[in-house]
Design a protein around this ligand. Structure first.
Ligand SMILES: C[S@@+](CC[C@H](N)C(=O)[O-])C[C@H]1O[C@@H](n2cnc3c(N)ncnc32)[C@H](O)[C@@H]1O
Length: 277
């Protein structure tokens, strides 16, 4: 008989192929190949209820790359990426190091499958550095005190914290705002936050139905879409840069935004600079 840890602690368990996991569901939606039958079934069910989830996943990955280019383009050379995901090229350090090869990136995720691929995440340029921490976002101290973090990043220089499509796996009772604040308070002056988050605002019923799959299938984490004002509130203590917290396709688009994308991308995102920092 297998012993299953209680929901909420499952993400610390070794790989369990029968428990759908956000990283592997996302990998499947992005067309990757690192997932099990339970992940595929959960992903297919969310897509059946809301075909928009695939477009949303692709748009999120594209937004992450734009946000990193934006930050590296403004001189950021250090990144802490929490909720990294299974490697999907180009990964964050590749995007940043294309702009400046000396960029340093620390990745953190709680999925053992992501850990299994950590080698792809730590293949840094010679001038830069990368590291991987297996840790849970809901215990920010574990990440902030991990030796690899400040061995890789310089405490005296600004850090861009990226929380890309991860905070919606933190339930209200786990106090996501407190978690973001714990990171914020540890960031050196001049640091940034880049955050994206799923929402129910665009098609409330469909989005709620799709998110419910995580609970129905007893996935490793529940998905909690949030309204715009709650996503904006995560930037407390940061000065949000233009154009604010917006639907991802509207955030510094590379070209004209197809109107269809604004129906299909159910995530908000933004970038903020530490206030008074
Ligand atoms: C939807 S993926 C996003 C991946 C990547 N950040 C991106 O935007 O392309 C969410 C990631 O967050 C991770 N994750 C979910 N809950 C987490 C937690 N409590 N602590 C650390 N990582 C978590 C999952 O394992 C997964 O890799």
């Amino acid at each position: 008989m297998t012993h299953e840890p209680p929901l909420g602690d499952r993400t610390q368990a070794p790989v369990n192929p029968y428990v759908p996991h956000p990283a592997r569901i996302y990998d499947y939606l992005l067309g990757g190949k690192d997932h099990y039958a339970a992940d595929r079934a959960a992903a297919e069910e969310t897509s059946r209820r809301a075909p928009q989830v695939r477009e949303s996943a692709r748009a999120n990955r594209a937004w992450m790359r734009r946000a990193v280019r934006y930050l590296a383009g403004r001189g950021m050379r250090q990144f802490l990426d929490v909720g990294t995901g299974i490697p999907t090229s180009p990964n964050l350090h590749e995007v940043a190091q294309r702009i400046s090869p000396d960029c340093r990136v620390v990745y953190a995720d709680n999925d053992p499958v992501v850990l299994a691929h950590a080698r792809a995440l730590v293949s840094s340029s010679d001038e830069g550095r990368t590291a991987y921490i297996r840790a849970d976002l809901r215990r920010p101290d574990e990440i902030l005190r991990a030796p690899a973090l400040w061995e890789t990043l310089d405490r005296d220089r600004p850090v861009a914290l990226t929380l890309s499509a991860v905070l919606h796996f933190v339930r209200d009772e786990e106090e996501p705002a407190r978690i973001v604040a714990a990171f914020r308070d540890a960031l050196p002056p001049g640091s940034y936050l880049a955050l994206s988050h799923t929402t129910n605002d665009i098609q409330p019923r469909r989005a709620a139905d799709a998110a419910a799959v995580y609970g129905e299938r007893r996935a490793a984490a529940l998905m909690v879409p949030r309204p715009l004002h709650q996503v904006e509130a995560f930037f407390d203590g940061f000065d949000v840069v233009e154009p604010g917290v917006v639907q991802l396709p509207r955030w510094h688009p590379d070209g004209p935004v197809r109107p269809r994308l604004l129906d299909d991308v159910w995530l908000y995102g933004g970038v903020g600079r530490l206030a008074n920092g």
